[in-house]
Write a protein that binds this ligand. Sequence first.
Ligand code: FES
Length: 564
Amino acid sequence: MRSDQWYAGTDRNAYIHRAWMRRGLPREAFGGGRPHIAIANTASDLTPCNMHLDEVAEHVKHGVWGAGGVPLNLPVLSLGETQVRPTAMLWRNLAAMAAEEMFRANPVDGLVLLGGCDKTIPALLMAAASVDLPAVVVPGGPMLTGHFRGLPLGCGTDVWRLSEEVRAGTLSREAFLASESVMIRSKGHCNTMGTASTMACMAEALGMTLPGTAGTPAPDARLLERAHYTGRLAVELVREGRTPSQVMTRGAFHNAIVTLAAIGGSTNAVVHLLAIAGRLGVGLTLDDFDRTGSGVPLLVDLQPAGRHLMDDLFRAGGLPAVLKEVADLLDPAAVTVTGRPLVEHLAEAEIWDESVIRRRSSPLLEDAGIAVLRGNLAPRGAVVKPAAASPHLLRHRGRAIVFDSVEDLRARLDTVDADETSVLILRGCGPRGYPGMPEVGNLPLPAKLLAKGVRDMVRVSDARMSGTAYGTVVLHTAPEAAVGGPLALVRTGDPIVLDVPARRLDVDVPAGELARREPVTAGFAAPSRGWERLYVDHVLQADQGADLDFLVGSSGHRVARDSH
Ligand code: FES
Protein backbone atom coordinates (compact mmCIF):
# COMPACT_ATOMS: atom_id res chain seq x y z
CA MET A 1 0.00 0.00 0.00
CA ARG A 2 0.96 3.61 -0.49
CA SER A 3 1.33 4.18 3.26
CA ASP A 4 3.92 1.38 3.34
CA GLN A 5 6.20 3.65 1.33
CA TRP A 6 6.46 5.72 4.51
CA TYR A 7 6.05 3.16 7.27
CA ALA A 8 7.36 -0.22 6.11
CA GLY A 9 10.95 -1.26 6.74
CA THR A 10 13.63 -0.89 9.35
CA ASP A 11 15.59 2.09 8.07
CA ARG A 12 15.87 5.48 9.75
CA ASN A 13 13.18 7.18 7.66
CA ALA A 14 10.56 4.47 8.30
CA TYR A 15 11.45 4.75 12.01
CA ILE A 16 10.89 8.53 11.93
CA HIS A 17 7.57 8.28 10.08
CA ARG A 18 6.27 5.65 12.53
CA ALA A 19 7.65 7.08 15.73
CA TRP A 20 6.06 10.49 15.35
CA MET A 21 2.68 8.93 14.59
CA ARG A 22 2.68 6.53 17.56
CA ARG A 23 0.74 8.80 19.88
CA GLY A 24 -1.78 6.22 20.93
CA LEU A 25 -1.73 4.32 17.69
CA PRO A 26 -0.68 0.67 18.19
CA ARG A 27 2.34 -0.76 16.39
CA GLU A 28 0.07 -2.86 14.19
CA ALA A 29 -1.47 0.32 12.76
CA PHE A 30 1.61 0.50 10.54
CA GLY A 31 2.11 -2.04 7.81
CA GLY A 32 0.24 -5.33 7.92
CA GLY A 33 -2.37 -4.31 5.35
CA ARG A 34 -4.21 -1.62 7.27
CA PRO A 35 -5.22 1.18 4.89
CA HIS A 36 -4.64 4.67 6.23
CA ILE A 37 -7.71 6.78 5.49
CA ALA A 38 -7.53 10.57 5.58
CA ILE A 39 -10.79 12.21 6.58
CA ALA A 40 -10.59 15.48 4.63
CA ASN A 41 -12.56 17.61 7.01
CA THR A 42 -13.89 21.08 6.12
CA ALA A 43 -15.29 21.68 9.63
CA SER A 44 -14.64 25.26 10.69
CA ASP A 45 -16.29 27.73 13.03
CA LEU A 46 -16.15 30.18 10.14
CA THR A 47 -18.00 27.83 7.80
CA PRO A 48 -21.31 27.71 9.65
CA CYS A 49 -22.80 25.10 7.33
CA ASN A 50 -19.93 22.68 8.07
CA MET A 51 -19.51 23.27 11.82
CA HIS A 52 -20.92 19.85 12.66
CA LEU A 53 -18.51 17.85 10.50
CA ASP A 54 -16.22 16.97 13.41
CA GLU A 55 -19.05 14.84 14.79
CA VAL A 56 -19.54 13.25 11.37
CA ALA A 57 -15.78 12.59 11.22
CA GLU A 58 -15.94 10.69 14.53
CA HIS A 59 -18.47 8.29 13.04
CA VAL A 60 -16.41 7.87 9.89
CA LYS A 61 -13.50 6.96 12.16
CA HIS A 62 -15.50 4.23 13.89
CA GLY A 63 -16.32 2.77 10.50
CA VAL A 64 -12.71 2.88 9.33
CA TRP A 65 -11.45 1.18 12.52
CA GLY A 66 -14.22 -1.40 12.28
CA ALA A 67 -13.15 -2.37 8.77
CA GLY A 68 -9.50 -2.69 9.77
CA GLY A 69 -8.22 0.68 8.58
CA VAL A 70 -6.57 3.58 10.37
CA PRO A 71 -8.57 6.86 10.28
CA LEU A 72 -6.72 10.18 10.31
CA ASN A 73 -8.43 13.54 10.60
CA LEU A 74 -7.05 15.96 8.00
CA PRO A 75 -8.44 19.51 8.34
CA VAL A 76 -8.45 21.14 4.91
CA LEU A 77 -9.13 24.66 3.73
CA SER A 78 -12.79 25.46 4.35
CA LEU A 79 -15.03 28.10 2.75
CA GLY A 80 -18.08 29.67 4.37
CA GLU A 81 -20.15 30.96 1.50
CA THR A 82 -21.74 33.71 3.53
CA GLN A 83 -18.53 34.75 5.29
CA VAL A 84 -15.53 34.99 2.99
CA ARG A 85 -14.87 38.04 0.85
CA PRO A 86 -14.80 38.96 -1.94
CA THR A 87 -16.43 35.65 -2.90
CA ALA A 88 -15.95 31.99 -1.95
CA MET A 89 -15.48 31.12 -5.61
CA LEU A 90 -12.16 32.98 -5.65
CA TRP A 91 -10.91 30.42 -3.14
CA ARG A 92 -12.43 27.22 -4.58
CA ASN A 93 -9.35 26.54 -6.69
CA LEU A 94 -7.04 27.36 -3.77
CA ALA A 95 -8.96 24.91 -1.56
CA ALA A 96 -8.76 22.29 -4.32
CA MET A 97 -5.05 22.88 -4.88
CA ALA A 98 -4.20 22.82 -1.16
CA ALA A 99 -6.24 19.65 -0.59
CA GLU A 100 -4.69 17.95 -3.61
CA GLU A 101 -1.17 18.71 -2.41
CA MET A 102 -1.89 17.50 1.14
CA PHE A 103 -3.51 14.29 -0.11
CA ARG A 104 -0.38 13.63 -2.17
CA ALA A 105 2.14 14.73 0.43
CA ASN A 106 0.80 12.62 3.28
CA PRO A 107 1.06 8.86 3.87
CA VAL A 108 -2.54 7.99 3.10
CA ASP A 109 -4.15 5.28 0.98
CA GLY A 110 -7.70 6.54 0.73
CA LEU A 111 -9.89 9.56 1.38
CA VAL A 112 -13.23 10.35 2.95
CA LEU A 113 -14.31 13.80 1.84
CA LEU A 114 -16.48 15.78 4.27
CA GLY A 115 -18.07 18.83 2.66
CA GLY A 116 -21.28 20.78 2.72
CA CYS A 117 -21.28 24.50 2.07
CA ASP A 118 -21.26 25.36 -1.63
CA LYS A 119 -17.60 25.21 -2.68
CA THR A 120 -16.40 22.55 -0.29
CA ILE A 121 -17.64 19.43 -2.12
CA PRO A 122 -16.52 20.73 -5.57
CA ALA A 123 -13.06 21.61 -4.24
CA LEU A 124 -12.66 18.21 -2.57
CA LEU A 125 -13.80 16.33 -5.67
CA MET A 126 -11.41 18.35 -7.86
CA ALA A 127 -8.56 17.49 -5.51
CA ALA A 128 -9.47 13.80 -5.24
CA ALA A 129 -9.80 13.58 -9.02
CA SER A 130 -6.30 15.00 -9.51
CA VAL A 131 -4.56 12.66 -7.05
CA ASP A 132 -6.84 9.75 -8.00
CA LEU A 133 -6.65 8.04 -4.63
CA PRO A 134 -9.70 5.94 -3.62
CA ALA A 135 -12.22 8.46 -2.30
CA VAL A 136 -15.80 8.76 -1.13
CA VAL A 137 -17.87 11.80 -0.11
CA VAL A 138 -20.07 12.28 2.95
CA PRO A 139 -22.19 15.36 2.28
CA GLY A 140 -22.82 17.22 5.54
CA GLY A 141 -26.53 17.52 4.83
CA PRO A 142 -29.09 20.32 4.88
CA MET A 143 -30.45 22.04 7.98
CA LEU A 144 -33.98 21.62 9.28
CA THR A 145 -36.54 24.17 8.15
CA GLY A 146 -37.29 27.21 10.28
CA HIS A 147 -40.67 28.96 10.21
CA PHE A 148 -41.49 32.64 10.26
CA ARG A 149 -45.04 33.85 10.85
CA GLY A 150 -46.26 30.32 10.21
CA LEU A 151 -44.48 29.91 6.90
CA PRO A 152 -41.42 27.77 6.15
CA LEU A 153 -38.25 29.69 5.39
CA GLY A 154 -36.02 28.66 2.55
CA CYS A 155 -32.67 30.01 3.57
CA GLY A 156 -31.07 32.01 0.86
CA THR A 157 -34.18 32.15 -1.32
CA ASP A 158 -36.29 33.84 1.34
CA VAL A 159 -33.49 36.27 2.20
CA TRP A 160 -33.69 37.54 -1.40
CA ARG A 161 -37.49 37.55 -1.32
CA LEU A 162 -37.87 39.28 2.06
CA SER A 163 -35.24 41.91 1.27
CA GLU A 164 -37.00 42.74 -2.01
CA GLU A 165 -40.26 43.05 -0.04
CA VAL A 166 -38.58 45.60 2.22
CA ARG A 167 -37.37 47.56 -0.82
CA ALA A 168 -40.87 47.37 -2.32
CA GLY A 169 -42.34 48.70 0.94
CA THR A 170 -44.51 45.63 1.54
CA LEU A 171 -42.56 44.37 4.60
CA SER A 172 -41.26 46.43 7.51
CA ARG A 173 -37.56 46.37 8.31
CA GLU A 174 -38.42 45.26 11.87
CA ALA A 175 -40.26 42.20 10.57
CA PHE A 176 -37.40 41.49 8.17
CA LEU A 177 -34.89 41.57 11.02
CA ALA A 178 -37.12 39.41 13.20
CA SER A 179 -36.87 36.65 10.60
CA GLU A 180 -33.09 36.56 11.05
CA SER A 181 -33.21 34.42 14.19
CA VAL A 182 -35.22 31.64 12.55
CA MET A 183 -33.62 31.62 9.11
CA ILE A 184 -31.00 29.08 10.23
CA ARG A 185 -32.79 26.55 12.42
CA SER A 186 -30.16 23.88 12.95
CA LYS A 187 -26.78 22.59 11.93
CA GLY A 188 -26.38 21.87 8.24
CA HIS A 189 -26.23 23.77 4.97
CA CYS A 190 -28.94 25.75 3.18
CA ASN A 191 -32.23 23.89 3.01
CA THR A 192 -33.20 24.93 -0.51
CA MET A 193 -32.09 23.25 -3.73
CA GLY A 194 -29.20 25.69 -3.69
CA THR A 195 -25.63 24.95 -4.60
CA ALA A 196 -24.78 22.93 -1.47
CA SER A 197 -27.80 20.63 -1.87
CA THR A 198 -27.19 20.42 -5.60
CA MET A 199 -23.52 19.50 -5.23
CA ALA A 200 -24.35 16.83 -2.65
CA CYS A 201 -26.77 15.35 -5.20
CA MET A 202 -24.12 15.73 -7.93
CA ALA A 203 -21.62 13.81 -5.79
CA GLU A 204 -24.16 11.01 -5.42
CA ALA A 205 -25.14 11.03 -9.10
CA LEU A 206 -21.44 10.90 -10.02
CA GLY A 207 -21.25 7.75 -7.91
CA MET A 208 -19.02 9.30 -5.26
CA THR A 209 -21.23 8.75 -2.18
CA LEU A 210 -22.72 5.73 -0.55
CA PRO A 211 -26.01 5.72 -2.50
CA GLY A 212 -28.88 7.29 -0.54
CA THR A 213 -26.71 9.61 1.54
CA ALA A 214 -27.10 12.96 -0.24
CA GLY A 215 -29.80 15.13 1.30
CA THR A 216 -29.84 13.35 4.68
CA PRO A 217 -30.49 16.28 7.05
CA ALA A 218 -27.48 17.24 9.15
CA PRO A 219 -29.22 16.64 12.53
CA ASP A 220 -30.66 13.27 11.42
CA ALA A 221 -29.16 10.25 13.20
CA ARG A 222 -29.08 8.45 9.87
CA LEU A 223 -26.35 10.81 8.66
CA LEU A 224 -24.05 9.47 11.38
CA GLU A 225 -24.95 5.91 10.44
CA ARG A 226 -24.11 6.69 6.80
CA ALA A 227 -20.84 8.21 7.97
CA HIS A 228 -20.01 4.97 9.78
CA TYR A 229 -20.72 2.85 6.72
CA THR A 230 -18.80 5.28 4.53
CA GLY A 231 -15.76 4.79 6.76
CA ARG A 232 -16.02 1.05 6.22
CA LEU A 233 -16.45 1.56 2.50
CA ALA A 234 -13.32 3.72 2.30
CA VAL A 235 -11.24 0.79 3.55
CA GLU A 236 -12.89 -1.51 1.03
CA LEU A 237 -12.20 1.01 -1.76
CA VAL A 238 -8.49 0.91 -1.01
CA ARG A 239 -8.43 -2.88 -0.91
CA GLU A 240 -10.23 -3.07 -4.23
CA GLY A 241 -8.22 -0.24 -5.79
CA ARG A 242 -11.31 1.66 -6.98
CA THR A 243 -10.32 5.23 -7.70
CA PRO A 244 -12.23 8.40 -8.69
CA SER A 245 -11.20 8.03 -12.33
CA GLN A 246 -12.94 4.64 -12.44
CA VAL A 247 -16.11 6.10 -10.93
CA MET A 248 -16.35 9.60 -12.42
CA THR A 249 -16.47 8.51 -16.04
CA ARG A 250 -18.26 10.21 -18.91
CA GLY A 251 -21.30 8.07 -18.05
CA ALA A 252 -21.21 9.38 -14.48
CA PHE A 253 -21.21 12.97 -15.73
CA HIS A 254 -24.13 12.09 -17.99
CA ASN A 255 -25.97 10.88 -14.89
CA ALA A 256 -25.08 14.06 -13.03
CA ILE A 257 -26.51 16.25 -15.80
CA VAL A 258 -29.76 14.24 -15.93
CA THR A 259 -29.99 14.54 -12.14
CA LEU A 260 -29.30 18.28 -12.26
CA ALA A 261 -32.33 18.78 -14.49
CA ALA A 262 -34.64 16.42 -12.58
CA ILE A 263 -33.95 18.12 -9.25
CA GLY A 264 -33.94 21.69 -10.67
CA GLY A 265 -30.40 22.14 -9.38
CA SER A 266 -28.19 25.20 -9.21
CA THR A 267 -26.54 26.72 -12.28
CA ASN A 268 -23.31 26.69 -10.27
CA ALA A 269 -23.16 22.94 -10.84
CA VAL A 270 -22.30 23.67 -14.48
CA VAL A 271 -19.06 25.42 -13.54
CA HIS A 272 -18.16 22.86 -10.88
CA LEU A 273 -18.86 19.77 -13.01
CA LEU A 274 -16.82 21.25 -15.88
CA ALA A 275 -13.92 21.81 -13.46
CA ILE A 276 -14.12 18.29 -11.96
CA ALA A 277 -14.33 16.73 -15.43
CA GLY A 278 -11.30 18.77 -16.49
CA ARG A 279 -9.28 17.17 -13.70
CA LEU A 280 -10.19 13.70 -15.01
CA GLY A 281 -9.68 14.29 -18.71
CA VAL A 282 -13.40 13.73 -19.37
CA GLY A 283 -14.12 15.99 -22.33
CA LEU A 284 -17.28 17.55 -20.88
CA THR A 285 -18.48 20.74 -22.61
CA LEU A 286 -21.15 23.34 -21.99
CA ASP A 287 -23.17 21.86 -24.84
CA ASP A 288 -23.37 18.51 -23.02
CA PHE A 289 -25.54 20.22 -20.40
CA ASP A 290 -28.02 21.43 -23.00
CA ARG A 291 -27.97 18.18 -24.99
CA THR A 292 -28.17 15.73 -22.08
CA GLY A 293 -30.47 17.84 -19.93
CA SER A 294 -32.86 18.53 -22.78
CA GLY A 295 -36.16 16.73 -22.30
CA VAL A 296 -35.41 15.74 -18.70
CA PRO A 297 -38.46 16.58 -16.59
CA LEU A 298 -38.37 18.62 -13.39
CA LEU A 299 -39.65 16.25 -10.70
CA VAL A 300 -38.68 17.96 -7.46
CA ASP A 301 -40.86 20.77 -6.16
CA LEU A 302 -38.25 22.58 -4.09
CA GLN A 303 -37.33 26.20 -3.62
CA PRO A 304 -36.03 28.23 -5.42
CA ALA A 305 -37.88 26.78 -8.45
CA GLY A 306 -40.77 25.42 -6.37
CA ARG A 307 -42.29 25.22 -2.89
CA HIS A 308 -40.69 22.66 -0.58
CA LEU A 309 -37.34 22.30 1.17
CA MET A 310 -34.64 19.69 1.58
CA ASP A 311 -36.04 17.92 4.65
CA ASP A 312 -39.28 17.50 2.66
CA LEU A 313 -37.32 15.89 -0.16
CA PHE A 314 -35.68 13.47 2.28
CA ARG A 315 -38.94 12.37 3.90
CA ALA A 316 -40.56 12.07 0.46
CA GLY A 317 -38.03 9.45 -0.61
CA GLY A 318 -34.88 11.41 -1.31
CA LEU A 319 -32.69 11.45 -4.37
CA PRO A 320 -33.00 7.70 -5.12
CA ALA A 321 -36.77 8.09 -5.50
CA VAL A 322 -36.22 10.94 -7.97
CA LEU A 323 -33.62 9.00 -9.93
CA LYS A 324 -35.82 5.91 -10.12
CA GLU A 325 -38.36 7.97 -12.08
CA VAL A 326 -35.72 8.86 -14.69
CA ALA A 327 -33.76 5.60 -14.49
CA ASP A 328 -34.19 4.97 -18.21
CA LEU A 329 -32.32 8.22 -18.92
CA LEU A 330 -29.34 7.25 -16.76
CA ASP A 331 -26.23 5.48 -17.99
CA PRO A 332 -26.69 1.89 -16.80
CA ALA A 333 -22.98 1.18 -16.87
CA ALA A 334 -21.78 4.02 -14.63
CA VAL A 335 -20.58 2.42 -11.39
CA THR A 336 -20.56 4.01 -7.97
CA VAL A 337 -18.02 3.70 -5.17
CA THR A 338 -19.80 0.48 -4.20
CA GLY A 339 -18.63 -1.11 -7.43
CA ARG A 340 -22.24 -1.50 -8.57
CA PRO A 341 -23.97 0.75 -11.10
CA LEU A 342 -25.99 3.70 -9.81
CA VAL A 343 -29.17 2.33 -11.38
CA GLU A 344 -28.88 -0.91 -9.38
CA HIS A 345 -29.18 1.07 -6.16
CA LEU A 346 -32.57 2.48 -7.09
CA ALA A 347 -34.69 -0.66 -6.93
CA GLU A 348 -35.89 -0.13 -3.34
CA ALA A 349 -36.57 3.59 -3.70
CA GLU A 350 -40.14 4.84 -3.33
CA ILE A 351 -41.94 8.15 -3.50
CA TRP A 352 -43.79 8.79 -0.24
CA ASP A 353 -45.14 12.27 -1.01
CA GLU A 354 -46.01 13.12 -4.59
CA SER A 355 -46.42 16.79 -3.80
CA VAL A 356 -42.64 16.92 -3.25
CA ILE A 357 -41.39 14.34 -5.76
CA ARG A 358 -43.54 14.12 -8.84
CA ARG A 359 -44.09 11.03 -10.92
CA ARG A 360 -42.59 11.07 -14.38
CA SER A 361 -46.16 11.19 -15.73
CA SER A 362 -46.93 14.51 -13.98
CA PRO A 363 -43.74 16.58 -13.91
CA LEU A 364 -43.55 20.18 -12.81
CA LEU A 365 -41.94 20.96 -16.14
CA GLU A 366 -41.49 18.76 -19.18
CA ASP A 367 -38.04 20.07 -19.98
CA ALA A 368 -35.92 21.29 -17.09
CA GLY A 369 -32.43 21.20 -18.50
CA ILE A 370 -30.15 24.20 -18.22
CA ALA A 371 -30.22 26.11 -21.50
CA VAL A 372 -26.92 27.13 -23.08
CA LEU A 373 -27.21 30.32 -25.12
CA ARG A 374 -24.92 31.61 -27.82
CA GLY A 375 -24.95 34.69 -29.97
CA ASN A 376 -22.96 37.83 -30.56
CA LEU A 377 -23.16 38.60 -26.82
CA ALA A 378 -21.96 35.14 -25.76
CA PRO A 379 -19.73 33.55 -28.40
CA ARG A 380 -18.48 30.93 -25.91
CA GLY A 381 -21.82 30.52 -24.23
CA ALA A 382 -24.02 31.69 -21.36
CA VAL A 383 -26.46 29.72 -19.25
CA VAL A 384 -30.01 30.25 -18.06
CA LYS A 385 -32.17 28.04 -15.89
CA PRO A 386 -35.64 28.03 -17.48
CA ALA A 387 -37.10 26.31 -14.40
CA ALA A 388 -36.31 29.40 -12.29
CA ALA A 389 -37.27 31.95 -14.97
CA SER A 390 -40.55 33.66 -15.86
CA PRO A 391 -42.08 31.92 -18.90
CA HIS A 392 -43.17 35.24 -20.47
CA LEU A 393 -39.57 36.50 -20.49
CA LEU A 394 -37.96 33.51 -22.16
CA ARG A 395 -38.44 35.30 -25.51
CA HIS A 396 -37.78 38.97 -24.98
CA ARG A 397 -36.43 42.11 -26.64
CA GLY A 398 -35.58 45.08 -24.45
CA ARG A 399 -33.37 48.11 -24.05
CA ALA A 400 -30.09 47.54 -22.19
CA ILE A 401 -29.36 49.30 -18.93
CA VAL A 402 -25.64 48.70 -18.40
CA PHE A 403 -23.74 48.64 -15.09
CA ASP A 404 -19.95 48.44 -15.18
CA SER A 405 -19.50 46.90 -11.74
CA VAL A 406 -21.43 45.96 -8.60
CA GLU A 407 -20.46 49.33 -7.11
CA ASP A 408 -21.92 51.10 -10.16
CA LEU A 409 -25.06 48.97 -9.79
CA ARG A 410 -25.50 49.88 -6.12
CA ALA A 411 -24.93 53.57 -6.81
CA ARG A 412 -27.36 53.93 -9.74
CA LEU A 413 -29.90 51.11 -9.65
CA ASP A 414 -32.77 53.10 -8.21
CA THR A 415 -32.22 56.14 -10.46
CA VAL A 416 -31.87 54.52 -13.88
CA ASP A 417 -34.49 55.10 -16.55
CA ALA A 418 -35.82 51.52 -16.67
CA ASP A 419 -39.18 49.92 -17.20
CA GLU A 420 -40.20 46.26 -16.89
CA THR A 421 -39.12 45.55 -20.48
CA SER A 422 -35.57 46.78 -19.90
CA VAL A 423 -32.68 44.32 -19.79
CA LEU A 424 -30.31 44.88 -16.87
CA ILE A 425 -26.70 44.14 -17.78
CA LEU A 426 -23.90 43.75 -15.25
CA ARG A 427 -20.29 43.32 -16.36
CA GLY A 428 -16.93 43.12 -14.63
CA CYS A 429 -18.06 40.13 -12.53
CA GLY A 430 -16.52 37.19 -14.36
CA PRO A 431 -13.78 34.89 -13.07
CA ARG A 432 -11.01 37.38 -13.86
CA GLY A 433 -12.88 40.65 -13.61
CA TYR A 434 -14.13 40.62 -10.04
CA PRO A 435 -11.97 38.51 -9.45
CA GLY A 436 -13.69 35.24 -8.58
CA MET A 437 -17.03 35.33 -10.39
CA PRO A 438 -19.31 36.25 -7.48
CA GLU A 439 -22.98 35.37 -7.10
CA VAL A 440 -24.35 38.75 -8.12
CA GLY A 441 -25.98 37.77 -11.42
CA ASN A 442 -29.48 37.95 -9.97
CA LEU A 443 -29.19 41.72 -9.67
CA PRO A 444 -31.94 43.41 -7.71
CA LEU A 445 -34.67 45.26 -9.55
CA PRO A 446 -35.08 49.07 -9.40
CA ALA A 447 -37.21 50.05 -6.39
CA LYS A 448 -39.77 51.94 -8.45
CA LEU A 449 -40.45 48.80 -10.52
CA LEU A 450 -40.69 46.66 -7.38
CA ALA A 451 -43.23 49.12 -6.03
CA LYS A 452 -45.22 48.70 -9.25
CA GLY A 453 -45.35 44.95 -8.58
CA VAL A 454 -42.65 43.90 -11.04
CA ARG A 455 -40.86 40.82 -9.65
CA ASP A 456 -38.74 39.69 -12.59
CA MET A 457 -36.83 41.24 -15.46
CA VAL A 458 -34.27 39.88 -17.90
CA ARG A 459 -30.80 40.20 -16.43
CA VAL A 460 -27.53 39.36 -18.17
CA SER A 461 -24.05 39.18 -16.66
CA ASP A 462 -20.69 37.44 -16.62
CA ALA A 463 -21.31 36.57 -12.94
CA ARG A 464 -22.81 33.51 -11.27
CA MET A 465 -26.02 33.39 -9.26
CA SER A 466 -26.67 31.85 -5.89
CA GLY A 467 -28.30 28.48 -6.31
CA THR A 468 -30.97 29.73 -3.93
CA ALA A 469 -31.92 32.62 -6.26
CA TYR A 470 -34.44 32.73 -9.07
CA GLY A 471 -35.50 34.86 -12.02
CA THR A 472 -34.88 35.23 -15.75
CA VAL A 473 -31.18 35.55 -15.25
CA VAL A 474 -28.57 34.87 -17.92
CA LEU A 475 -25.26 33.94 -16.31
CA HIS A 476 -21.64 32.90 -16.97
CA THR A 477 -21.50 34.92 -20.21
CA ALA A 478 -18.21 34.01 -21.89
CA PRO A 479 -15.84 35.48 -22.65
CA GLU A 480 -16.32 37.91 -19.79
CA ALA A 481 -16.00 41.70 -20.15
CA ALA A 482 -12.62 41.85 -18.35
CA VAL A 483 -10.96 39.82 -21.10
CA GLY A 484 -12.62 41.89 -23.82
CA GLY A 485 -15.73 39.73 -24.39
CA PRO A 486 -18.64 41.37 -26.24
CA LEU A 487 -20.37 42.26 -22.97
CA ALA A 488 -17.69 44.98 -22.76
CA LEU A 489 -19.07 46.58 -25.95
CA VAL A 490 -22.74 46.98 -24.96
CA ARG A 491 -24.08 50.45 -24.20
CA THR A 492 -27.18 51.56 -22.39
CA GLY A 493 -29.99 51.79 -24.92
CA ASP A 494 -28.80 48.92 -27.16
CA PRO A 495 -31.57 46.44 -28.01
CA ILE A 496 -30.91 43.03 -26.39
CA VAL A 497 -32.62 39.96 -27.82
CA LEU A 498 -33.08 36.88 -25.64
CA ASP A 499 -34.57 33.80 -27.25
CA VAL A 500 -34.21 30.81 -24.90
CA PRO A 501 -36.13 28.34 -27.13
CA ALA A 502 -33.73 29.23 -29.99
CA ARG A 503 -30.77 29.30 -27.54
CA ARG A 504 -29.77 32.83 -28.61
CA LEU A 505 -28.48 35.91 -26.81
CA ASP A 506 -27.68 38.89 -29.04
CA VAL A 507 -27.24 42.62 -29.03
CA ASP A 508 -29.02 44.02 -32.07
CA VAL A 509 -26.30 46.41 -33.13
CA PRO A 510 -24.51 46.15 -36.51
CA ALA A 511 -21.22 44.25 -36.30
CA GLY A 512 -19.36 47.19 -37.82
CA GLU A 513 -20.51 49.51 -35.10
CA LEU A 514 -19.67 47.03 -32.34
CA ALA A 515 -16.19 46.65 -33.83
CA ARG A 516 -15.65 50.40 -33.64
CA ARG A 517 -16.52 50.60 -29.94
CA GLU A 518 -13.89 50.74 -27.23
CA PRO A 519 -14.38 47.79 -24.80
CA VAL A 520 -15.23 48.75 -21.22
CA THR A 521 -13.26 46.37 -19.02
CA ALA A 522 -14.91 47.77 -15.93
CA GLY A 523 -11.80 49.23 -14.38
CA PHE A 524 -10.14 45.82 -14.16
CA ALA A 525 -6.63 45.99 -12.72
CA ALA A 526 -4.61 42.87 -11.97
CA PRO A 527 -3.82 42.44 -8.25
CA SER A 528 -0.13 42.83 -7.54
CA ARG A 529 0.60 39.76 -5.41
CA GLY A 530 -0.53 36.60 -3.66
CA TRP A 531 -3.25 34.15 -4.57
CA GLU A 532 -5.35 36.79 -6.36
CA ARG A 533 -2.44 37.51 -8.70
CA LEU A 534 -1.95 33.82 -9.45
CA TYR A 535 -5.69 33.45 -9.92
CA VAL A 536 -6.23 36.26 -12.44
CA ASP A 537 -3.14 35.24 -14.40
CA HIS A 538 -4.33 31.66 -14.79
CA VAL A 539 -8.10 31.40 -14.35
CA LEU A 540 -10.03 29.91 -17.26
CA GLN A 541 -13.37 31.24 -18.44
CA ALA A 542 -16.69 29.93 -17.13
CA ASP A 543 -17.22 27.60 -20.10
CA GLN A 544 -14.09 25.73 -18.98
CA GLY A 545 -15.10 25.52 -15.33
CA ALA A 546 -13.10 28.55 -14.11
CA ASP A 547 -10.28 26.26 -12.96
CA LEU A 548 -6.70 27.45 -13.19
CA ASP A 549 -5.07 26.48 -16.48
CA PHE A 550 -2.20 24.65 -14.75
CA LEU A 551 -4.52 22.65 -12.48
CA VAL A 552 -6.46 21.01 -15.30
CA GLY A 553 -5.68 17.30 -15.43
CA SER A 554 -4.19 14.89 -12.96
CA SER A 555 -0.78 14.58 -11.31
CA GLY A 556 -1.57 11.31 -9.57
CA HIS A 557 -0.39 10.48 -6.07
CA ARG A 558 3.23 9.51 -6.53
CA VAL A 559 5.87 11.45 -4.61
CA ALA A 560 9.35 10.41 -5.66
CA ARG A 561 11.44 11.92 -2.87
CA ASP A 562 11.49 11.45 0.88
CA SER A 563 11.70 14.34 3.34
CA HIS A 564 14.85 13.40 5.22
FE1 FES B 1 -23.51 27.39 3.18
FE2 FES B 1 -25.77 28.13 1.80
S1 FES B 1 -24.38 29.36 2.92
S2 FES B 1 -24.82 26.22 1.96
